[in-house]
Write a protein that binds this ligand. Structure first.
Ligand code: SGN
Ligand code: CA
Length: 537
């Protein structure tokens, strides 16, 4: 019986599609695989920079497609970046200004539009919002930040916990869906979203072992003293030496661990070491990590007390890179598994693959970890895109593109009209090599203050040559960077008379951007009042 129906369906589909050119077109619409990791610095992708790590699989996307060397975000922090991507609107309009306040689910997000237009949609991994995603037929998402070990997932039918390592599991879910749940009659839009390499930078046992013995080149401004810049850089709490937590970030086992050995993870009120990956492991998992943790502890106990501050900084940097890059190596392996599947199944031919991160990250530059600032390492983000037949393999694009552009780009790829109130621009003409001067300047605005890492609120304009920033809360300070002469942003030239006319011009352009994107001092005040009404975190 089932066979007869399938046969009838097939005949109907064949007849219908061959008689109706519109439907035939629809059937060919490209699939979209949107891969995003969390806090993945472009410095840690070998297509951008070969000093720290080899990422041959992520690089494949650039080799077969386009590498964007000037992609950036509008607000360098996790959940706001995701909200910008989903809505195609700046934070001040979509309302998700920080990690703290909830996402307004009355916003229209691009997966909803894809779903309505007949795409099959799915999302696996880290979204970061408490709310279930709208517009996805199938999803399994990590609650909040999610866990590296034995992660819990939110699903449409309730929560579940899966034993294993998060990066492998998210990939298994993605591949399982592509193999078993994908509807071959429909194009798909899949969001495959990694937790790694977010804190607490917990590698798989194999990568922990492999990376623990590696030594990494230091950035030249690891010992930045923040001279020649404003108050915000001096007061931020993200310096490796002074703000990276112990034992949390350096795998130094808490002294109390043995004493508290029977405390179970996820019991409210227990210390964070037990909420984190180590606390979530079962005995056989811990047995794989313990010998390496013991080595690190021994090194720490023997050497730390006699180290100078400079040596401590260097020691922390190496441990940071060993763990951070170890988690990225797993992301790269797993991206390779998915690309292989697309190739082997024949799906690759009609699938646009995008790799990006929710923002960039400091890997010791300016002595920092974390993100938030408009300065390059956190403002820029990786972006690699392949689209067989449309993007010429191995191309490099230097235009200033933003995560704000993603929603309209994906909709354009699929031939679906974008809502008028989205604020980005489709990147499709860039994919096709059709335009050279995409835009002159981008607008940036960061809000989460006072909060963890204490990066002051600021907005600014960035052009290819300059970056003008206004820290408007707590202080009223401006900074200007000459991006060509000072790519490391070590010297604000705002007060240098030689740049007076540049400042004047950029202030006018900045105001124009604020008007264009509908940002204002009134909105700034609204979002400051929100914090005053609900002080916290
Ligand atoms: C946690 C991290 C911070 C990080 C924020 C936001 N601390 O608070 O280092 O900046 O998340 O990250 S931790 O000790 O809990 O790891 S974001 O990617 O979600 O924006
Ligand atoms: Ca992030």
């Amino acid at each position: 019986m089932k066979t007869i129906w399938t046969l009838c369906g097939l005949i109907f589909t064949l007849c219908f599609t061959s008689c109706n050119p519109e439907v035939k077109e629809v059937a060919k619409r490209p699939n979209i695989l949107f891969i995003m990791s969390d806090d993945h610095a472009y410095q840690a992708i070998s297509a951008y920079d070969t000093r720290l790590i080899k990422t041959p699989n992520i690089d494949r996307i650039a080799n077969e497609g386009m590498l964007f060397t000037n992609a950036c975000v509008t607000n360098s922090i996790c959940a706001p970046s995701r909200a910008v991507i989903l809505t195609g609107k700046h934070s001040h309009l979509n309302g998700k200004i920080d990690n703290r306040f909830p996402f307004d689910t009355t916003n229209v997000t691009f997966p909803q539009i894809f779903q309505e237009a007949g795409y099959q949609t799915a999302m696996f991994g880290k979204l970061h919002f408490g709310n279930n995603p709208k517009g996805v037929d199938d999803f399994m998402i990590l609650p909040g930040q999610g866990n590296y070990i034995n992660p819990r997932f939110i699903t449409a039918t309730g929560d579940t916990t899966i034993t294993g390592y998060v990066t492998d599991i998210i990939t298994d879910l993605t591949l399982g869906w592509l193999e078993k749940d994908r509807d071959p009659e429909k194009p798909f839009m899949m969001a495959y979203l990694h937790k790694a390499p977010h804190r607490p930078w917990w590698p798989s046992p194999e990568k922990f072992k492999e990376f623990n013995t590696k030594e990494f080149v230091e950035p030249s401004n690891l010992f930045d003293d923040y001279a020649n810049r404003g108050t915000a850089a001096k007061t931020a709490e993200m310096n490796l030496l002074t703000h990276m937590q112990y034992p949390h970030d350096s795998k130094i086992r808490p002294a109390t661990l043995e004493e508290m050995g029977n405390v179970q993870p996820e019991v409210p009120g227990i210390p964070r070491g037990f909420e984190g990956p180590y606390g979530r492991m079962n005995d056989s998992q811990r047995a794989l990590y313990d010998p390496i943790i013991d080595l690190i502890n021994k090194d720490f106990q023997t050497n730390w007390p006699s180290m100078t501050d400079e040596e401590k900084m260097k020691w922390k940097y190496q441990r940071y890179m060993q763990d951070y890059l170890g988690t990225i190596s797993s992301v790269d392996d797993n991206v390779g598994r998915v690309l292989d599947y697309l190739d082997e199944s024949g799906l690759a031919e009609n699938t646009v693959v995008v790799y990006t991160s929710d923002q960039g990250f400091y890997l010791g530059e300016h002595g920092w970890f974390d993100k938030r600032f408009i300065y390059d390492e956190s403002f820029k983000t990786p972006l690699l895109v392949k689209w067989p037949g449309t993007i010429e393999p191995g191309t490099v694009n230097t235009q200033m593109v933003q995560n704000l552009d993603f929603a309209q780009t994906f909709l354009d790829v699929a031939g679906i009209p974008a809502p008028d109130d989205m604020q980005g621009e489709s990147l499709v003409p860039l994919f096709k090599g059709e335009i050279e001067n995409f835009r002159e300047a981008v607008y940036y605005h960061y809000y989460e203050y006072p909060a963890v890492h204490m990066v002051k609120r600021h907005y600014g304009i960035v052009t290819e040559d300059f970056k003008l920033v206004h820290f408007y809360y707590d202080v009223d300070e401006w900074e200007l960077y000459d991006r060509k002469k000072d790519p490391q942003e070590m010297l604000s030239v705002y007060d240098d008379p030689a740049y007076a006319s540049t400042v004047e011009e950029l202030k006018i352009k900045l105001e124009e951007l604020r008007v264009k994107y509908k940002d204002s001092d009134e909105l700034n005040q609204k979002y400051i009042d929100l914090y005053d009404e609900q002080p916290g975190s």
